[in-house]
Design a binder for this molecule. Structure first.
Ligand code: IPE
Ligand code: IPE
Ligand code: MG
Length: 237
């Protein structure tokens, strides 16, 4: 594939672990464990292809409303996988970064996140954003609070507020917006993901559930992207 036809930043809503498991007579936790394998596969593939930024939606601010045992299982799995894989990803040059609110995340999860971020902070390869306890509306609220407090302190004037300034106050500051959004499992919605940053992203939906989304499926999404004509509100030149 032509390098300049590759997205610089790919965002993924990894959905359908539960339905994948149910369809096979397995439990939802088994679906999540199979999903973890695809996460590893897609991170490896994206990093090997030279993708600059990969953002994966791992846990939303709304996902706390799930049954307590499922939430607990996701937290334990997250701690375990971060502990086991951060080192390996670090060796590939991947820099692990987290998007989301820290408030409300259990201490031991925060520790695993901080360890993984610290271990990989000086890496120069792909940036892996893991959206955890992430909600786009919460992100926008946090940005507004931060901007208004700077206005109140006289550090900036309200006239200075523009798109660049707002982007600089989001969790994704200093990063390009996603070029491509992938959502698995047949659902065609955004579910409170990167509302600001996705303004001009190309959208790719597939009926495959996340545990089925292997390297081959990922390449199909990239092929689809390579055929898109992006216009940014202009006309084709
Ligand atoms: C995605 O799969 C994983 C998370 C949201 C953590 P789901 O758990 O949402 O699976 P479905 O949508 O119920 O099939
Ligand atoms: C979106 O999936 C969140 C993650 C993938 C972490 P959900 O399964 O939570 O979204 P809805 O409920 O189908 O919109
Ligand atoms: Mg779901």
């Amino acid at each position: 594939m032509d390098k300049d036809q590759l997205p610089r930043h790919i965002a993924i809503i990894m959905d359908g672990n539960g339905r994948w498991a149910k369809a096979r007579g397995l439990s939802r936790p088994q679906g999540h464990l199979e999903g973890v394998k695809r996460v590893e596969e897609i991170i490896r593939t994206a990093s090997d292809m030279g993708i600059g930024f990969l953002t994966i939606y791992a846990f939303s601010t709304e996902n706390w409303s799930r049954p307590q045992d499922e939430v607990g299982m996701i937290m334990r799995t997250f701690i375990m996988v971060l502990g086991q894989k951060a080192n390996e990803l670090g060796k590939k040059g991947v820099r692990i970064n987290f998007l989301g609110r820290r408030q409300g995340v259990p201490q031991e999860v925060l520790k695993a996140m901080d360890d993984a971020a610290r271990l990989t902070m000086n890496n120069k390869g792909m940036t892996l954003n893991i959206a955890f306890n992430y909600g786009a509306r919460a992100e926008i609220i946090d940005a507004i609070k931060s901007i208004t407090s700077q206005v109140a302190a006289g550090k900036i004037k309200s006239d200075d507020i523009d798109e660049k300034l707002i982007s600089a106050h989001l969790y994704t500051k200093d990063q390009p917006d996603p070029d491509l959004l992938i959502r698995t499992s047949g659902e065609e919605r955004i579910s409170n993901f990167l509302l600001w940053q996705l303004s001009y992203a190309e959208l790719y939906f597939t009926d495959k559930c996340w545990p089925e989304f292997n390297e081959e499926e990922f390449l199909k999404a990239l092929n689809s992207y390579a055929q898109r004509e992006r216009r940014w509100g202009g006309v084709k030149v």
